[in-house]
Design a protein around this ligand. Structure first.
Ligand SMILES: [Zn+2]
Length: 141
């Protein structure tokens, strides 16, 4: 049963989905946008000068309830990930990674190349666990 030894693709993408949602929950759109755009509270929303086009009067609006931004001038809009993608010129996953690091959330392994870096650590943890189990008797399953 070699198939059982490999993690299923579904389990991995489920992990990634959970991670994206955790990062989204930890990344307030007003806070993240407020780091690059000077926002002013107007009623329930926040407004500022749009970072995506030149303007002198603010038509850029951030909605904290919907965690969404929108520009009435150039029609730019989206969620917190979209904003980072547009301002940092990165792919979706890179945007999530940036916000993940910012929020202090561990980034799950996704590229085969990263395996080489992380595997020795995981192996060391396994060995430590095995050693601990031998010494103390360990928690029984
Ligand atoms: Zn705009």
């Amino acid at each position: 049963m070699s198939a059982a030894m490999r993690p299923s693709g579904r389990a991995v993408s489920r992990l990634a989905d959970d991670w994206v949602e955790r990062v989204r929950a930890a990344s307030d759109v007003v806070e993240v946008i407020g780091q690059t755009v000077q926002l002013k509270r107007v009623g329930r929303n926040w407004t500022g000068l749009c970072p995506f086009h030149n303007e002198k009067t603010p038509s850029f609006s951030v909605n904290p309830d919907r965690q969404f931004y929108h520009c009435f001038g150039c029609k730019a809009g989206g969620d917190v990930f979209r904003f980072v993608q547009e301002t940092e010129k990165v792919e979706f996953l890179e945007a999530v990674e940036l916000l993940s690091r910012r929020a202090g959330i561990p980034i799950p392994e996704r590229r085969p190349g990263e395996r080489a870096v992380r595997a020795p650590l995981l192996e060391a943890l396994d060995q430590a666990r095995a050693r601990g189990a031998r010494v103390s008797g360990g928690p029984r399953p």
